[in-house]
Design a protein around this ligand. Sequence first.
Ligand code: HEM
Ligand code: HEM
Length: 188
Amino acid sequence: MQLNSLNSKYQDNQTSYGYISVINHWLIAALVILMLILGLSLEFADLGSLKRNVLSLHKSLGALVLIFGAWRVLWRLFNGFPSHNFAIKPWQKGAAKFTHILLLLSIIIMPFSGYIMTEAAGRPVNVFMLFSLPPIPDSRSLKEAAQLVHTLCAYTLCGLLLAHVMGALVHQFKDKLPMLQRMLGKTN
Ligand code: HEM
Ligand code: HEM
């Protein structure tokens, strides 16, 4: 197989996503959705003695989102967004792009604010008992600011995600456009 055709499968081109973007998208999507479920259950469910373990899993997985998410966002930044020629209205295209940019921002802001609010409260972030994130000095005001950001962004993210998934499903099943195949690296 030619090296060029191998590269073209993994890298994005002007109108389609390559396998690197596909893996980045679905891995982070699964992690972010799981993180929202864990976070919301910490907030609203009566977890009893499980709470400590759920919080510790939330922090460890969140640290992985921070590390892998940084790579995912940089990859998109350097590669840009592939365009498409689907017959959708310009405002829908614009709204989708705006949502994508906010989703990319949330991939960084959510775990970063979680890290800052935890460390500024004097609690270490230990990742699956393997390594710890760098400590920062304790600060009550920083902790409170980061906590506010974490909570506000979490609820904004829930709304964005709902719009993103509904948009993808409406285009796929109502407008009969191959959006999901596009994010599986299968079509332009
Ligand atoms: C079940 C959940 C999800 C579905 C069905 C889904 C579906 C899709 C589809 C079909 C596209 C391609 C749209 C296009 O290029 O026109 C896309 C792109 C995108 N999605 Fe999702 N998505 C999901 C979850 C998420 C989550 C949780 C995030 C981030 C927190 C996310 C962030 C993005 C971003 C930033 C793009 C733009 C391209 C990229 O950088 O990967 N998605 N999604
Ligand atoms: C994608 C990443 C993340 C998402 C989507 C997420 C989501 C959430 C949500 C929805 C909540 C409940 C609402 C709230 O109280 O703010 C929450 C709470 C919390 N998160 Fe995160 N989070 C993420 C990353 C992190 C990280 C990396 C840490 C720490 C290292 C962290 C620490 C916490 C803590 C300490 C709470 C409060 C739990 C309690 O009620 O005591 N989060 N998170």
